[in-house]
Design a protein around this ligand. Structure first.
Ligand SMILES: *Cc1c(COP(=O)(O)O)cnc(C)c1O
Ligand code: SF4
Length: 356
């Protein structure tokens, strides 16, 4: 059940040490992430006047950002498009009509604890609440993870349900960020899924290769090498400044492991609401071996209203974007519509087109 009363993301310590007792570099980096507004302001030389609001907004949904991601921000620029995605601000505390705690109807889509299905043939496991970064616009920022990712045997109900339903040919690992899990836990999950005969494809929705590229290490590559099912990673980058040499190297390793790489973005006011920025994002993704997949309009989660772009404007941006790039570099502008059998495509609007 999705209820407002439970505080989300109670289980933040997912990764744990490796089974051999060693801690990987990415685990160190995750533990060393910036979680205090003071540390963020100091790292970037920002105006300390931001702190009061940052503390107030972070009380509801904690600040969290890896240092390697902060290093891609422009020092001293409070409007940096990467900073804007992670800095808690006063507007988050404003109550706005139509912005709720379950904006995309996930409560109704629960088939078993931690298992969501909305669309034919594929179901989504909420594997963990932990993320390397906390995105202020996240539609699951109010998700009651403690109920849906419980403790061991946490995935058994989801796995049983998948095994029971022969129509499920694809399983999506989501969260939180599934790559917050240790390699050993990922292995046990994918082993269990591979043992289900009707499961033909695996998919992971993850932001880690972008925000914490050190996660794509020898251990992860070793796990991928054991997989017997095709694997798709849907990454999540919103701005071209997120794609640096380390991210390109991480993507290259994933591709060398046979992973199909796609990207989804969220159209965000003050971050990427510009066809030129989105076109450059597509080019950089392509250079990293990643194809754009979806461009989501914002889901109306409480605390994120200041990121919204009106649908008519979103369609104009999408029209301008598709006028600049080959079709395979244009993500589909989509909205999540309650009860619809697929994500709903919003048609691009071209400059000389009649309104409609
Ligand atoms: C978005 C979503 C998917 C994936 O949809 P695709 O169109 O296959 O990318 C699957 N399950 C749920 C519950 C979703 O919200
Ligand atoms: S990484 Fe994904 S799940 Fe985690 S906070 Fe960001 S958008 Fe939400």
């Amino acid at each position: 059940m999705i209820t407002a009363s439970l505080h989300p993301r109670q289980h933040e310590r997912e990764a744990g040490p490796r089974t051999d007792g060693q801690v990987s570099r990415w685990q160190d980096e995750m533990a060393d992430a910036i979680t205090s507004p003071e540390a963020l302001v100091a790292a970037l030389g920002l105006d300390p006047q931001l702190l009061t609001a940052a503390h107030a907004a972070a009380a509801g949904f904690r600040l969290r950002v890896p240092r390697s991601y902060v290093a891609r921000m422009r020092p001293g620029d409070a409007h940096d498009p990467l900073l804007r995605q992670i800095l808690p601000v006063a507007q988050e505390l404003e109550e706005v009509a139509d912005y709720g705690i379950d904006p995309v109807g996930e409560h109704a889509a629960l088939r078993a604890p931690g298992l969501l299905q909305k669309y034919h043939g594929r179901a989504l496991i909420i594997t963990t609440s932990a993320c390397a970064v906390h995105c202020r616009y996240c539609f699951r920022r109010e998700f009651p993870y403690s109920e849906q990712t419980g403790d061991a045997p946490r995935w058994s109900a989801a796995l049983e349900e998948i095994a029971r339903d022969g129509s499920l040919e694809e399983v999506i690992l989501s969260g939180g960020d599934p790559l917050s899990l240790s390699d050993a836990r990922l292995t046990s999950l994918t082993d269990a899924l591979t043992a289900i005969p009707h499961v033909r494809r695996l998919r992971i929705h993850t932001r880690q290769p972008v925000v914490l590229p050190s996660r794509v290490d020898d251990g992860l590559v070793g796990w991928l090498a054991t997989l017997r099912l095709p694997m798709v990673f849907v990454l999540h980058a919103n701005h071209p400044n997120e794609i640096d040499a380390e991210v390109r190297a991480a993507c290259a390793r994933l591709r060398a492991s046979g992973v199909t790489l796609l990207n989804q973005s969220v159209l965000l006011n003050g971050v990427n609401d510009d066809a030129g920025v989105l076109a450059e994002l597509s080019r950089r993704l392509f250079e990293a071996g990643v194809l754009p997949y979806y461009l989501h309009v914002l889901d109306r989660v409480r605390g994120a209203a200041h990121f919204e772009i009106a649908e008519s404007h979103a369609r104009r941006i999408a029209g301008e974007l598709s006028a600049r790039l080959p079709g395979y570099l244009v993500p589909r502008l989509v909205r999540e519509v309650y009860g619809a059998p697929a994500k709903v495509t919003l048609p691009p609007r071209f400059p000389n087109q009649e309104p409609g």
